[in-house]
Ligand binder design. Sequence first.
Ligand code: NDP
Length: 262
Amino acid sequence: GIRMPYFGLGVYLMNDGKEVQTAVQYALDIGYRLIDTASAYDNESGVGKAIRQSTVERSEIFVTTKLWNSDHGYDKARKAFEKSLKKLDLDYIDLYLIHWPVKNKRKETWRALETLLDDGLCRAIGVSNYMLPHLRELLDYAAILPAVNQVEFSPFLYQKDLLDFCNNHNIQLEAYSPLTRGKKFNNEVLVSIADKYKKTAAQILIRWALEHQVVVIPKSSNPDRIEENADVFDFSIEDQDMEKLDNLNEDFRVSWNPTSVV
Ligand code: NDP
């Protein structure tokens, strides 16, 4: 029953303090309503400060943070959550994710997240970097299913099987590194489609995720690019061009690869 925006701001690699505060504040001012941070990004304090100082109501903002690998385990997970909440200095977190499917630990950690949800400390719980085997295993032991799975996702890493599985189990897929950190902006097919719609490569990549009904969280600390990335709601990509983009898949990753974690 929880509603989550389809589009938001990622804040990975933004420095705590002025950089992250300015970016989050600007994003909220121009209409962003989802902010994605993590304890590992070490900028939860700045994110929280920008949210508290914003004129946008807290209830209109969707805040995600994540549990880091060294905080797995039942007690550690509950403590890590408290620490994130304190750093953010907010009354609640909207979505709390397990950042990475750490071997032998993730079951106990999930149980802790279920209790956080039961205690009303966060509005939804989910996972990140869970591939099909991790999700199948989780569905076996979970009393509460994850609301979200956040994974790397772009036309160059079009994980269709994972998307289908998530859709079939009411798990919302969320795309991180949706811009491939700029590494594929010069791809010929992408450039020709961007030219056709008079949009930038970044905007086509974001729109592609939205067309697949995947939540998308591009990162930028630059006001012009924060604005550019949000300017994707005045057009749609035709089926034939979606197909061309889907066909760009080459299992290309800019981030860590969770497929080998058992
Ligand atoms: P992105 O694919 O969002 O790319 C970000 C990079 O692209 C930055 O260098 C940014 O620079 C640049 N950029 C942004 N917009 C534009 C634009 N319009 N034109 C040109 N360049 C642009 O990469 P991220 O890895 O940051 O992924 C996004 C978010 O996903 C993260 O911030 C984080 O919240 C989340 N994430 C989650 C992970 C997980 O394990 N769960 C792993 C990785 C990311 P500049 O800031 O200068 O604009």
